[in-house]
Design a protein around this ligand. Structure first.
Ligand code: SAM
Length: 206
């Protein structure tokens, strides 16, 4: 799907649902493309969306899965404000209701109410093909998230990425740069877009 077609989807969500997002349309398109790419690599992947908010990142990832003909599953986790984070979204019931306006996308998504670190600890090692980190942006939390999720990423090939790699006062840049330094032997590629998505391709040397 080209960017113009993605924008039609983006506008449809904004115009016809209660879903809001802090993530730019260009960034959601990047998420779509990375998701599509990973589904072409692996047909039954497990994807992870850390920080559902109203579900827009999850829908964009699911669109990539659909367009690639994937049989994968996307787990989208949010604690919906139960840790004191100022959540002002539509809540888990609202997310399920609004995203079900896209039945061909929601069928990929399992929306779960949980603290992200607690949920990540339940995942099997070497199980995730793709993960997008966009929950609490405070340095310690991003650092702990990256530490917890790295062993869960598939070491033969997976993509780990996140939002707000520009928001240095909140700690995302420092946490991601520290993680990158420690894990450099596992990284095949690392980059950041002209917007604020950072991404890495994990491929450990065999
Ligand atoms: C920036 S928003 C996510 C935006 C979403 N990815 C999008 O593209 O529309 C961050 C979300 O992370 C959630 N969050 C914050 N701390 C969390 C935690 N410890 N565990 C799970 N979710 C958390 C918040 O409730 C909020 O909905």
């Amino acid at each position: 799907m080209d960017y113009d077609s993605f924008l039609d989807f983006y506008r449809d969500v904004i115009d016809n649902t209660a879903i809001k997002t802090f993530t730019l349309a260009q960034e959601l398109y990047e998420l779509y493309r990375m998701s599509y790419f990973m589904c072409n690599w692996e047909k039954n992947p497990l994807f992870f969306d850390d920080g559902t908010y109203d579900g827009f990142s999850a829908l964009s990832m699911a669109l990539g899965m659909k367009d690639a003909g994937s049989k994968g599953i996307l787990i989208s986790v949010d604690n919906y404000g139960s840790n004191g984070y100022q959540y002002d979204g539509i809540g888990l019931d609202g997310v399920k209701r609004e995203c079900s306006k896209y039945p061909e996308l929601i069928k990929y998504i399992d929306f779960i109410k949980s603290d992200d670190l607690n949920y990540i600890r339940t995942l099997s090692s070497n199980s995730l093909s793709f993960a997008f980190i966009d929950s609490w942006h405070e340095y310690d939390h991003v650092k702990k998230t990256l530490l917890a999720i790295t062993p869960k990423m598939k070491s033969n090939l997976s993509m780990l990425c996140g939002h707000d790699y520009s928001w240095s006062e909140c700690g995302v840049v420092r946490a991601v740069d520290g993680w990158r330094e420690v894990n450099k032997t596992k990284l095949w590629a690392f980059g950041n877009s002209i917007y604020s998505i950072w991404y890495s391709v994990i491929r450990e040397k065999q």
